[in-house]
Design a protein around this ligand. Structure first.
Ligand code: FAD
Length: 321
């Protein structure tokens, strides 16, 4: 019986984070493949309210670990509790969304459980003892099929590859007594939230991204984004130049997005950028170089100067409203 334990994340207002719903779907697929149940663990100063919300998503038991040291997602504090819960329920798989928190906490959980780990899984295949997962390697140039050995295995799930779990019957909430934290190497100091009127980059239906071709002038990008109710993204060249903040970076070393529509303007289409956006449903590229590699993956390509084409596009969309 391969039970699955999913680590729950909260938004800053305490609500359930969408990335967790994607991870729960990965959990359901693993549980189906291995004949177990999906469990979840909420770690917080007071985990009760969030645990009550999570139990609606086809989760059999939500383990509510409430303790002062669990208030912030620090790996040394969270990992011992997650590992203990995994052992208590006989979990075969322990996972989370491939978010900054999931990427930080799950490797430590894997080390504590002496378990193998697959990062950023894209799919679950097979069943029983033959379950495999796929994961990207070399900036997504290669998709590896991985079979993990051992009684317990860890994973993070790429959130763009698993649909958000839907409400499907309520499970139960059980209090879980968290063990002591590991030796502290890091401590929570401060949290400054970046407030934006635009949608969050990883959750937006439409993303308009600019590259070095903007020469740092993002007005045409922001104008079209606001016309479309879209999030703004950027290539690494833009963030490295300090033209836009790092949290807008899309790609191998930035965020992975898969919106319904991705507009890339003045972006050449380097493999490391494409790794973060090629799952987008429709890709529109605007570049003045007709040989730019971005056109190889674009559904619609416009060979044009972005400073001319973007305002025209914005005006044309406005005229249809
Ligand atoms: C280990 C590693 C990790 C990396 N991680 C990332 C990552 O996460 N994300 C990422 O983006 N990159 C990443 N990179 C960098 C990547 O290799 C590229 O250097 C980067 O993506 C280039 O950004 P760009 O397309 O904006 O710039 P460029 O490659 O310089 O392209 C600019 C494009 O703009 C076009 N252009 C210029 N003027 C105009 C105009 N007026 N109108 C229209 N088009 C115009 C040009 O024709 C050109 O195609 C990484 C690199 C390494 C080595």
């Amino acid at each position: 019986m391969g039970n699955v334990l999913i680590v729950v994340e909260a938004n800053t207002n305490g609500s359930l984070r969408k990335a967790t719903l994607n991870a729960i779907t990965a959990g359901h697929q693993l549980a189906k493949a291995t004949g177990g149940d999906v469990h979840a663990i909420v770690l917080a100063k007071d985990a009760t309210a969030l645990a009550e919300a999570v139990k609606e998503y086809g989760v059999k038991v939500v383990h509510a670990a409430s303790a002062p040291q669990l208030e912030h997602p620090i790996a040394e504090n969270w990992a011992p509790a997650i590992a203990a819960a995994a052992t208590a329920i006989g979990a075969e798989w322990v996972g989370a969304g491939a978010t900054a928190i999931g990427r930080d906490v799950l490797p430590r959980v894997a080390a504590k459980l002496k378990a193998p780990m697959a990062s950023e899984i894209l799919s679950v295949d097979g069943s029983g003892a033959d379950v495999t997962v796929t994961r990207p390697m070399w900036a997504g140039a290669v998709i590896a099929t991985v079979k993990l050995a051992g009684a317990v295995k860890c994973f993070t799930a790429r959130t763009t590859e698993f649909a958000a779990a839907e409400k499907s019957g309520a499970g139960e909430v059980k209090a879980f007594a968290a063990p002591a934290a590991d030796k502290q190497y890091s401590k929570f100091v401060d949290f400054k939230e970046v407030k934006s009127a635009r949608p969050a980059l990883t959750e937006a239906r439409v993303v308009v991204a600019g590259g070095r071709g903007t020469k740092g002038d993002f007005k045409p990008i922001e104008g079209l984004a606001d016309e479309l109710g879209a999030a703004v993204g950027a290539s690494r060249a833009v963030c490295d130049a300090g033209w836009q903040p790092n949290d807008l970076q899309i790609g191998q070393t930035g965020k992975v997005v898969a919106p319904a529509l991705y507009v890339a303007a003045g972006i050449s289409g380097a493999i490391q950028h494409v790794a973060g956006m090629k799952g987008s449903k429709t890709i529109v590229a605007i570049n003045k170089d007709g040989d730019a590699p971005i056109f190889q993956i674009a559904d619609y390509g416009l060979v044009a100067d972005l400073f001319k084409a973007m305002p025209e596009l914005q005006a044309a969309i406005k005229a249809t409203k």
